[in-house]
Design a protein around this ligand. Structure first.
Ligand code: K7E
Ligand code: CUA
Length: 612
């Protein structure tokens, strides 16, 4: 202690986080990689990074975005014919069974391009990206219903539905928000766009959302800001969006009856199709009573349903309180049709005072809330850079923990489930300033692990996260994650999630010239590729079909051909297809990029392109 200048608190923190060699972590945290477009897998309490998963962004280590299969996944995320190679990832959501994380799948949104990805946790691979041109951005995404029947995505910035043009002066008439209910087919492990539907919403800026559970199962709640419908225009004599959006006293929480919406969406004549998506228009939404609004303290951000589903915690960036809404009260007001009025679009507004149980004074800039197993709520307080702990029952502030700095979301162990674990909480801080060794003007984010078992919160660990701004994460008990070790039998197409028709067996390697080009059926095994010489002519289309025929745990090979931007990761049993045009004559060595054996450097060959 003395030698390193450590305090008793430091040593206590070290004892709680130090993880000796071979010991595994108690929890996995799945953190969004923000504008890096990747997902980050972190062990807790060690805070060791276990994996980056390529999602919206090509990831060369995994060959994600450098082969036919993964290119096809990224291409699924094209919008209006344009392929995108990045995403602004915000909110990961683990699949749930009975309101508990089940460790099978993870969903995550891309705010910038309104996309949702499905990651299979059996192998930590992105299996699908879906997008609808109905909406132009999202934020209230992704959130799942308690049995993952639906993955929810709602807009952030209103625009004409379907992606057309309308003058911004027609904002109130032509711009709209929407919420999409993506139907998840668990058996296939894919979202089924055909069975998905959407609901038109007023052009407020819908923000964070949560799905009801237990007492409120079947209901969806979405925050909004800018209910003033301000749209900026600072050079045109209008107030800037930020002040235009701060005129009203309150904004609106959206309360959606999903069970009823599902029924209405299945009825003849109650929907229209926009950009291929089945949409319940706003007039039908009102006619059928699918949507209610209720006032929220100004500029709300976080919205979190309590573990029992009975209450909702809302925090407003411009309000110092957390407001606790009672679902029972809200439901009672809806049933009694007791409204405080209607908005511009005829959506009924419930009386605020009658919807809440109370408020608790938190501090400057409360954002996001999480729950523990003892009835406590933890709320991040952005402007103060603290995490506040308060009692849900008594609405009493119990303590605060200073964090460094500008905390956004916080995530607690199993914190969004019907039975949170307590134990650990991570403050996801946006600024690191003086916390780490200097690395130039662009600094990492700072994930701070906080122990929440005791009366007082205890800061345990600082972890720099050098990727995009992560926004949100979810933390799941490690024993719920059961990934496979190898793909069996060898020849598995990871994206199609089935044995590949192009799988290659040992002794069946060959090169075939066909009308569509040269097909190379190749195997990889320690320490050679077969074939190891490939002869083509300039201009040939080359189809590489490579199977790693190994079945030994961690016996991964990589494959690259220099100067052709070809790279693949071949985990044991995996099969990849790579298609490209041999448009430059010359001699191109290919080799294995993973140090797989003593003869790894010899795991190489020549790609010979004869001049035409
Ligand atoms: Cu607060 Cu996108 Cu959830 Cu960032 S969001 S912090
Ligand atoms: Cu295979 Cu190195």
């Amino acid at each position: 202690m003395k030698q390193r200048g450590l305090s008793e608190a430091d040593v206590s923190a070290a004892l709680q986080t130090y993880t000796p060699t071979g010991r595994k972590d108690e929890y996995y945290t799945f953190a969004s990689g923000g504008h890096g477009g990747n997902l980050v897998v972190i062990g807790v309490p060690s805070m060791r990074i276990l994996k980056y998963v390529g999602v919206f962004t090509p990831e060369p280590w995994q060959g994600y975005g450098y082969g036919d299969q993964s290119n096809q996944i990224l291409a699924q995320g094209s919008r209006f014919g344009k392929e995108m190679t990045w995403g602004d990832m915000h909110h990961p959501a683990l699949s749930e069974t009975g309101g508990d994380y089940d460790g099978e799948f993870l969903f995550v949104n891309d705010k910038a391009n309104a996309r949702i990805a499905v990651i299979d946790l059996h192998d930590f691979v992105t299996r699908q990206i879906v997008t609808s041109e109905l909406i132009q951005s999202d934020h209230g995404a992704t959130f799942v219903t308690p049995n993952t029947e639906y993955v929810i995505e709602s807009t952030q910035y209103p625009a004409p539905l379907g992606g057309g043009y309308a003058p911004i002066e027609d904002y109130k008439d032509k711009y709209r928000g929407a919420v999409i209910f993506w139907k998840f087919d668990r058996e296939k492990g894919r979202i089924d766009p055909e069975r998905s539907f959407a609901m038109e919403l007023p052009p407020y800026m819908q923000d964070l959302a949560d799905a009801g559970k237990l007492a409120s199962e079947g209901w969806i709640f979405i925050n909004s800001f800018n209910t003033e419908m301000s749209y900026g225009g600072t050079l045109e004599g209008n107030p800037p969006l930020e002040s235009g959006a701060s005129q009203n006293d309150m904004d609106y929480m959206h309360i959606i009856d999903l069970k009823l919406a599902e029924k209405v969406a299945s009825e003849e004549g109650k929907t229209k199709t926009i950009a291929g998506m089945k949409v319940i228009p706003l007039d039908i939404v009102n006619e059928e009573g699918l949507l209610h609004l209720v006032g929220e303290p100004k500029s709300p951000h976080g919205l979190d349903v309590t573990p029992d589903g009975k209450e909702l915690v809302v925090s407003g960036k411009l309000d110092t309180h957390c407001t606790v809404y009672s679902f029972e009260k809200i439901k009672g007001l809806i049933d009694a049709k007791k409204y405080a009025g209607k908005d511009t679009y005829g959506v009924p507004i419930l009386p605020f005072e009658d919807s809440i149980r109370g408020q608790v004074e938190i501090g400057l800039g409360p954002l996001h809330s999480q729950f523990d197993d003892k009835g406590n709520v933890y709320t991040s307080v952005f402007i103060e850079s603290t995490v506040a702990k308060w009692s849900l029952k008594d609405l009493k502030l119990l303590g605060k923990q200073k964090v460094h700095y500008n905390v956004g979301h916080i995530v607690a162990a199993e914190g969004d489930t019907v039975s949170p674990d307590g134990r650990y909480l991570i403050a996801m801080n946006k600024w690191a300033i003086d916390r780490f060794a200097k690395v130039g003007p662009l600094l990492p984010q700072n994930f701070q692990l906080i122990g929440i078992d005791g009366e007082q919160m205890q800061l345990l660990y600082d972890m720099p996260l050098p990727l995009g701004e992560p926004h949100y994460a979810q933390m799941i008990k490690a024993d719920k994650i059961n990934p496979i070790d190898v793909y069996k039998p060898a020849g598995f197409d990871v994206v199609a999630n089935e044995h590949s028709e192009f799988a290659v067996k040992a002794k069946e390697e060959r090169i075939e010239r066909k009308p569509d080009g040269v097909h190379v059926y190749m195997t990889a095994v320690r320490s050679h590729f077969t074939p190891d010489i490939i002869r083509v002519k300039k201009g040939d289309t080359v189809h590489l079909h490579i199977t790693n025929v190994e079945q030994a745990h961690d016996a991964t090979h990589g494959f690259t051909i220099g100067s052709y931007n070809v790279h693949s990761s071949l985990e044991p049993g995996k099969h990849v297809d790579i298609t490209f045009v041999a448009d430059r004559a010359g001699i191109f060595p290919f080799y294995c990029t993973e140090f797989c054996s003593a003869l790894h450097l010899e795991m190489a060959g020549y790609f010979l392109v004869e001049p035409g």
